[in-house]
Design a protein around this ligand. Structure first.
Ligand code: GLU
Length: 510
């Protein structure tokens, strides 16, 4: 690649980031890093009516959590500052004016009532398109139809206007997409999009092209939902800067509902009980919380991994990839054309794999916070680490460390009585009383010594080891879950073990 690779993620701050958004970030990031390029985050906030308080911060917090650090952005600075389009407002007008001079754009003075009347007329005439385009532009209130002096008079009088692109009819626009290959757009289906609004703000269409040009973007990767806008962008490139300056494009496939039936939406998540946002998003007006992967207890490594393989693989059977491996192996051409079905069970599998794979130090703080938030205090870091190592194989999401590990911190508050009671008798009671005596005298408190004594007494008393083990487990844990029984006893320590057996005897002993 001759020129430096420069890619951008260009979010509009309208709310939380869903899976598709973060995957777009990730693919941009991977491509940039793979080619020693720059990853830019540009905030596209020109549509002030859709601007949502807190959304921009959320986006950067999200990137931070995922570890996808931009090289240039609103926060990170860079040579093309400002990176927020609303702050670049003065830049855009001259390009819109240039398009008018060239005959590729025009002033349109139509009021909303006039636009509405146009649509009504088209509807009544049975037209299947209600667009402002070559069919109707010459019957509207714009500088193509008005005389130059009429246009000037309107502008001088301060009449509000927008600037629209003039899309020629009957043209085929060839277009090459890195994922989809060669395509063609028919300009007859493209409307004369507004480029500059009455308040002087550019629309997304104008701003995206100008900024991609000014920021020297070499590759533009974005969601498939932007494909219908591509012809307008290509025309703008052609009219303003020349097609040879245009970035290479790739439109990323949609992330689909689990049954493959259409685009995955926030509502599907609510309906099926899984998050589609990266982190919790709190709507600033309604205060409604949309759940996120982070708060559910996903690790960023797993989140990145599961996103990467939604619509991409390296051509082998490998599924678990670290960010470094992804940078090495990623290629945009290997991204699938078709949509990728989201499978929450598979997403959890990735998290489980990463919980097992990573050193617990990577996520210990978060687990500690979960314990603290549930009211378990006085947590010793080393002890927590020991516990986490014992149970990590059993955890799918981080809060599982609490449900799987609470008994290491607190005595059971109830017992699986249904398992113990039917098998309980005087002999068992005697057994556990002897066990208490002998364990009391045990000098070295380790799993092997505890097990030896446990079995020795069982043999002396001719009791079934399996049943006794199940009972001791219920006494120490409350239920039949958990790792090796004697390891549990060793970990919780002598005092706790003896205390818990005594407590249980009070419940079952009678
Ligand atoms: N601002 C657009 C969005 O909200 C970005 C589309 C693009 O990357 O060109 O997603």
């Amino acid at each position: 690649m001759a020129n430096k690779v420069r890619v951008r993620f260009a979010p509009s701050p309208t709310g939380g980031l869903h899976l598709g958004g973060v995957r777009t970030v990730l693919f941009n990031y991977l491509f940039a890093k793979k080619h020693q390029g720059d990853f830019i985050v540009r905030v596209e906030d020109t549509d002030q009516t859709r601007w949502v308080d807190g959304a921009e911060k959320y986006i950067f917090d999200c990137l931070d959590w995922c570890g996808l650090v931009p090289d240039e952005s609103v926060i990170h600075g860079g040579p093309y500052t400002p990176y927020r389009q609303s702050e670049r407002k003065p830049i855009y007008r001259q390009y819109a004016e240039q398009l008018i001079q060239q005959g590729n754009a025009y002033y349109a003075f139509d009021t909303s009532a006039e636009l509405e009347a146009m649509r009504e007329k088209l509807k009544a005439a049975g037209s299947n398109s209600l667009q402002y385009d070559h069919h109707i532009r010459m019957s509207m209130n714009n500088s193509l139809r008005l005389l130059p002096e009429e246009t000037k008079a309107l502008i001088d009088a301060g009449t509000p206007y927008v600037i629209r692109i003039k899309v020629n009819s009957n043209e085929l626009i060839p277009f090459s997409d890195m994922i989809r290959g060669e395509m063609e757009f028919d300009t007859n289906t493209v409307d004369d999009k507004v480029l500059l609004k009455a308040d002087g703000m550019p629309t997304y269409h104008l701003a995206v092209v100008i900024d991609d040009y000014l920021m020297k973007i070499s590759h533009a990767f974005r969601g498939e939902e932007w494909l219908p806008s591509a012809p307008v962008h290509i025309l703008l490139w052609k009219y303003l800067f020349g097609l040879d300056q245009m970035p290479h494009w790739a439109h990323l496939p949609l992330i689909l509902k689990p049954d493959g039936n259409g685009k995955l939406s926030k509502r599907d998540g609510d309906r099926l009980g899984f998050p589609v946002y990266a982190m919790d998003w709190i709507d600033p007006t309604s205060k409604e919380v949309t759940k996120g992967f982070k708060e559910l207890g996903f690790l960023p490594e797993a989140f990145i991994n599961l996103l990467a393989v939604l619509g991409w693989n390296d051509g082998t059977e490998q599924e678990v990839f670290s960010l470094e491996e992804l940078i090495e192996k990623f290629s945009i051409e290997k991204v699938h054309k078709g949509g990728a079905k989201f499978d929450f069970e598979k997403a959890k599998w990735f998290n489980q794999e990463w919980i097992k794979k990573l050193p617990i130090e990577n996520y210990k703080e978060r687990v500690k916070e979960i314990f603290l938030s549930k009211g378990v205090s006085n947590i010793d870091d080393n002890y927590l680490g020991e516990v986490m190592n014992l149970i990590k194989e059993r955890c799918i999401v981080l809060p599982d460390f609490y449900t799987q590990g609470l008994y290491f911190f607190d005595s059971p508050s109830s017992y699986d009585e249904a398992s113990v009671k039917p098998k309980w008798d005087e002999a068992k009671k005697e057994y556990f009383n002897s066990l208490i005596d002998q364990l009391n005298q045990l000098e070295s408190w380790d799993a092997i010594s505890i097990e030896t004594i446990f079995k020795q007494i069982a043999t002396e008393k001719n009791s079934k080891v399996g049943e006794l083990q199940m009972m001791l487990r219920v006494f120490l844990v409350g239920s039949k879950m958990g790792p090796g029984l004697f390891i549990i006893a060793e970990t919780i320590g002598k005092i706790n073990t003896l205390q818990r057996i005594e407590n249980a005897l009070k419940v079952f002993g009678a």
